[in-house]
Design a protein around this ligand. Structure first.
Ligand SMILES: [Zn+2]
Length: 510
């Protein structure tokens, strides 16, 4: 008799249904798993046999054939242990319903207990989409699974628990109220707050514009200018995650194994600081067992590259495509996987190798050639994807002491950012974009129209600074965000002149 059990496998942050068929034939005892299993799935044979025996159930005598269907997709991971065991138990006549509406996922210990697995959120989400009504998951993953509404979730601690569930001791379904998690964090949760950053009004305003319009930023300044601290503060002024974004982000962290069982939903926009020694696979994603890279972990949040000019050029270059597309494709044998990667890039760099070019107190010791070579690390095409380039001068101790005014708190800035985002969401509801940074040339024409006076002003500025078409568009996009922050329907002359204050080129070329 052939029995079956349903489970799922992930592809990127999505998942699809897998059917496991078990058959026993009269032959010498052995177990064969077919249907493109990877090593971890193949090793299920030993775990499943011990788990079944040690749970007090009998194990079929003869040759066991386990087929994972569809057969043309590689199956990886350990979540197949439990459904394979269920299929075998059914084969042994244990009363577990052989229906098409119940699925199982989990890794088995040799003693029959069920261990937590990665990717439960996308797996359960995929099962629900495939019409599954009930899913059994490891107890530790139950809350994460229950974030998917409209499917019954049971958390089980052992194989015995599941058999008993269908006999006389039903498990309790796990139910979570998703709204309990959202709005869970407030401004106080952030360690770094703009109120602790003295001075640097222009840089702070640029970061506010970046947060409001989703623009990428590059800060150039001497060591000690506070650019790293400001980059850390940036996360505290971003708008809260919408539910859909939170689920999407949680899927990413779930398959990466970065979800804590007591915090099943990611509720904060991520802030990923990447060091220049990180491997390309670590940043972009990939490797032998491909995992999402930093750019995907930074999805809907911030990717911070400190000392940006120190990054290997090839690493910076591979960032370009994801920055353009908002996703990254990782090619593999038989399958290429797409991971989302819509992040705001914050870059920081010194103005020259020694760090003190343009500093008021310290002398720069670099030659022109050294400076040129250093700055050329950030290529033109990459710069084209960075809307705001700002100079962050180091303040002298006298200047710092003389700053008497209190700095505005992140909470205050965040209010304006949220408001500006709302205006953009409403304006672009039929365009399929969310922020001004995503505007294409056609949309710029439509949404960044200027009156005659402003148009003349920008034309003169374009001639004076010899702005290329791309830079011209950048100025318009930033002006649109500045206008949104001021709750102004139209882009005014003052918004354009403010946008022009932000450097649109590398330090040595301005
Ligand atoms: Zn220097």
């Amino acid at each position: 008799m052939v029995t079956k059990a349903i489970t799922a496998a992930t592809a990127g942050i999505d998942a699809y249904k897998i059917e496991i068929e078990v058959d026993v034939v009269n032959s010498l005892p052995s177990i064969n798993i077919v249907g493109l299993p990877d090593n971890a799935v193949n090793e299920a044979r030993e775990r499943v046999r011990s788990a079944i025996k040690n749970s007090g159930f009998s194990f079929p005598k003869g040759r066991l054939i386990i087929n994972l269907a569809p057969a043309d997709i590689r199956k990886e991971g350990t979540n197949f242990d439990l459904p394979i065991a269920i299929g075998i138990l059914k084969e042994e006549g244990i009363a577990i319903p052989d229906d098409n509406e119940t699925a199982f996922l989990g890794e088995l210990s040799l003693d029959g207990s069920i261990r937590k697995v990665n990717g439960v959120l996308p797996l359960v989400s995929g099962l629900k989409d495939a019409g599954i009504k009930t899913v059994f998951v490891p107890e530790e993953n139950a809350r994460e699974a229950a974030l998917i509404q409209g499917i019954n979730v049971y958390g089980a601690a052992s194989l015995g628990d599941i058999v008993n569930h269908f006999a006389e001791t039903p498990l309790k379904p796990t139910v979570v109220n998703i709204n309990d998690f959202l709005g869970m964090h407030s401004e106080q949760d952030y360690v770094y707050d703009f109120k602790d950053v003295k001075g640097q009004q222009k840089a702070k305003k640029a970061l506010e514009i970046a947060a409001a319009g989703g623009h990428n930023v590059l800060m150039s300044g001497s060591p000690g200018s506070g650019k790293t601290l400001m980059a850390k503060c940036f996360a505290s002024i971003l708008p809260p995650l919408e539910l859909e974004e939170a689920i999407e982000l949680t899927k990413i962290y779930s398959i990466s194994g970065l979800l804590e069982s007591d915090k099943p939903l990611i509720t904060k926009r991520p802030y990923r600081a990447v060091h220049h020694t990180a491997s390309p696979n670590g940043i972009i994603g990939g490797g032998i067992n491909p995992k999402p890279g930093e750019i995907t972990l930074a999805h809907r949040g911030v990717l911070f590259l400190d000392e940006m000019a120190e990054f290997p050029r090839n690493v910076l270059e591979v960032l370009r495509q994801p920055m353009e597309d908002g996703e990254v494709t990782i090619s593999r044998t038989r399958l290429s996987i797409k991971y989302p990667a819509k992040f705001t890039l914050i870059g920081a760099m010194n103005p020259c190798p020694c760090g003190f070019l343009g500093d008021k107190e310290k002398q720069c010791t670099c030659s022109d050639f050294q400076i040129k070579r250093y700055l050329s690390k950030i290529s033109g095409p990459l710069l084209d994807r960075i809307d705001l380039i700002i100079n962050v001068p180091r303040l002298s101790s006298d200047e710092l002491i003389n700053i008497k005014t209190e700095s505005e708190s992140s909470a205050e800035i965040r209010k304006r950012v949220i408001n500006a985002r709302k205006i953009q969401t409403e304006r672009y509801k039929d365009e399929g974009i969310f922020t001004n940074s995503e505007l294409n040339p056609k949309q710029i024409k439509k949404y960044c129209a200027l009156d005659k006076e402003s148009s003349e002003f920008l034309k003169i500025a374009a001639q004076k600074y010899s702005l290329s078409g791309r830079k011209f568009h950048r100025i318009l996009k930033i002006s649109r965000t500045i206008a949104d922050l001021a709750c102004s329907k139209n882009i005014e002359l003052s918004h354009i002149s403010q946008a022009l204050q932000y450097r649109v080129d590398m330090p040595d070329k301005v």
